[in-house]
Design a binder for this molecule. Structure first.
Ligand SMILES: C[S@@+](CC[C@H](N)C(=O)[O-])C[C@H]1O[C@@H](n2cnc3c(N)ncnc32)[C@H](O)[C@@H]1O
Length: 478
């Protein structure tokens, strides 16, 4: 390393250490943070002196704050690829590779989870300063850890309740069927690693709330002066088919919190990942990454927080498709005909039991399935008989439904068939009745968020945002 670069590097360590010392944390946690920052500097994370990691100025425990004005495109820090926690970079790479097929049957997470279990139990892990700081048990309060009664009370009907049930089943299954057999088979190589389901669940939460996935073949260029080049956009082809890689832990990048209106983003280069300013940032402002274009449902489920309406422009409400069938049963004059329609829609796999209809701020997302269901549900006896005889849509009808892809936007809904509007209106009303509170009650509660626990507050934001979307649907269907 050239002398001037070395000096600059040491200055940076000192500056960040100094910043870390100003933390509003207990001594032992600021000591852990100091060690982590030293580790980052030794590993050439090149943390800019314009930023500080710590609890001060962060909206949720650790975070990153600008200590100087930062221009758009400026590189805040980098993460060399050899510092990413992924099976390939760990000493258990060979073992995981051997069992890759069987370990990835249910999901892509198990190899990383095994790597983390191994590395957190390895006193000479190269990531020790990172793993000593994270996962911080206090900051990972995901709904998978709540009593089921609390999940129901706060999040019933939101979709988070269903996701939690699925997660708990999967955690138990993966632990018993994949993790335990792997650890037993390689007990010698894993130095008799002891695992239990509770620790495994905590590791799942760590991966849920802290991991990143890399979009396939995404590269970015950052010039010598730390400015991000605009030429780094994905090719059209990649944009069309974003294939996600397995998750990985990205030290330091995961100390940043998220908001939809973020001011930083992670870019994926060949040698290193870089956190760059997505817009200019003023001294004193918190630096927010983006965890993706994600709804409150996803934020609540995977990260344990949500944004207050209307801050999250990516918010959605997911209405189980069965609600539309319930609406049809209620409104249909001929119960037998409606039952036949529902049975046929299932038989033709247009409706699959767990399916949901997704509604965002503009209306139904990918409304093709919803359109097909509405058309069948609105058929008269004669139209239905013809449809059954033809065994589905004629070619001309199918083509028409493909062209008509914004038919169920909020802007277009007032112009659609009255029968469809009645079905959607009743569906929205039925879905609203599945939450444990009404929108009016939620809006009264919004005045009391200061005296609420984080669980109560973020659950309220999740419910209220979803209900707002349902009320927009109700208005559009009137
Ligand atoms: C990748 S970590 C970010 C670092 C984290 N604040 C810490 O102290 O370790 C993600 C977690 O940060 C918290 N978080 C991130 N953004 C947030 C926000 N806008 N509001 C509240 N909590 C947030 C949530 O607890 C989430 O699970």
């Amino acid at each position: 390393m050239a002398t001037s670069m070395k000096r600059k590097h040491e200055e940076n360590i000192n500056k960040n250490n100094l910043n870390a010392k100003k933390l509003n944390t207990t001594d032992s946690s600021s000591d852990k943070l100091l060690k982590f920052i030293e580790w980052c500097e030794k590993n050439e994370f090149n943390i800019s002196p314009k930023v500080r990691v710590g609890c001060e100025g962060s909206c949720a425990q650790y975070g990153m704050v600008a200590v100087d004005d930062i221009p758009e495109g400026y590189c805040l820090f980098q993460i060399p690829r050899n510092c990413l926690i992924m099976p390939e970079n760990s000493d258990i790479a060979e073992l995981v590779e051997k069992e890759k097929q069987s370990l990835s049957v249910t999901n892509q997470w198990i190899p990383l989870l095994l790597t983390l279990l191994f590395e957190t139990n390895n006193p000479s892990s190269k990531w020790k300063p990172y793993l000593d700081l994270f996962p911080n048990p206090d900051s990972i309060d995901l709904p998978i850890f709540w009593e089921s009664s609390e999940v129901n009370q706060l999040l019933q009907g939101s979709g988070v309740d269903a996701a939690v049930k699925r997660d708990l089943g999967m955690i138990q299954n993966d632990f018993e069927k994949l993790v335990v057999p792997f650890v037993q088979k390689y007990s010698k190589e894993l130095s008799n690693l002891k695992v239990n389901q509770e620790d495994f669940k905590k590791m799942v939460a760590f991966v849920m709330a802290y991991s990143f996935t890399e979009p396939k073949a995404k590269t970015n260029k950052v010039s010598e002066d730390g400015l991000e080049s605009e030429s780094s956009v994905d090719s059209e082809d990649e944009e069309d088919q974003p294939v996600m890689a397995p998750p990985m832990m990205v030290p330091l990048a995961d100390s940043l919190n998220h908001i939809t209106d973020h001011n930083a983003k992670l870019t994926f280069g060949k040698e290193a990942l870089k956190m760059v300013a997505a817009k200019s940032i003023k001294k004193g402002e918190e630096i927010f990454n983006t965890y993706g274009e994600v709804s409150n449902l996803h934020l609540m489920h995977m990260y344990g927080f949500a944004e207050q309406y209307p801050a999250n422009g990516h918010d959605v409400v997911e209405v189980p498709v069965v609600r539309l069938l319930e609406a049809a049963q209620e409104l249909g004059q001929d119960q037998t005909l409606t039952s036949k329609k529902c049975a046929l829609l299932k038989e033709q796999a247009i409706i699959i039991d767990d399916d949901v209809l997704v509604i965002n701020k503009d209306g139904f997302v990918s409304d093709e399935v919803c359109l097909q269901i509405l058309k069948v549900l609105a058929f008269s006896q004669q139209e239905f008989d013809d449809y059954v005889e033809r065994e589905g849509w004629s070619d001309a009808e199918s083509e028409a439904s493909v062209v008509d892809d914004s038919a169920l936007s909020f802007a277009n809904l007032p112009t659609v068939e009255v029968k469809w509007k009645q079905l959607l209106l009743r569906m929205a009303q039925l879905h609203l009745s599945h939450y444990s509170t009404s929108l009016e009650e939620d809006e009264k509660l919004l005045a009391q968020t200061n005296s609420m626990s984080s669980r109560e507050k973020f659950s309220l934001f999740t419910r209220q945002g979803q209900k707002k979307l349902l009320y927009i649907l109700l208005d559009a269907c009137k």
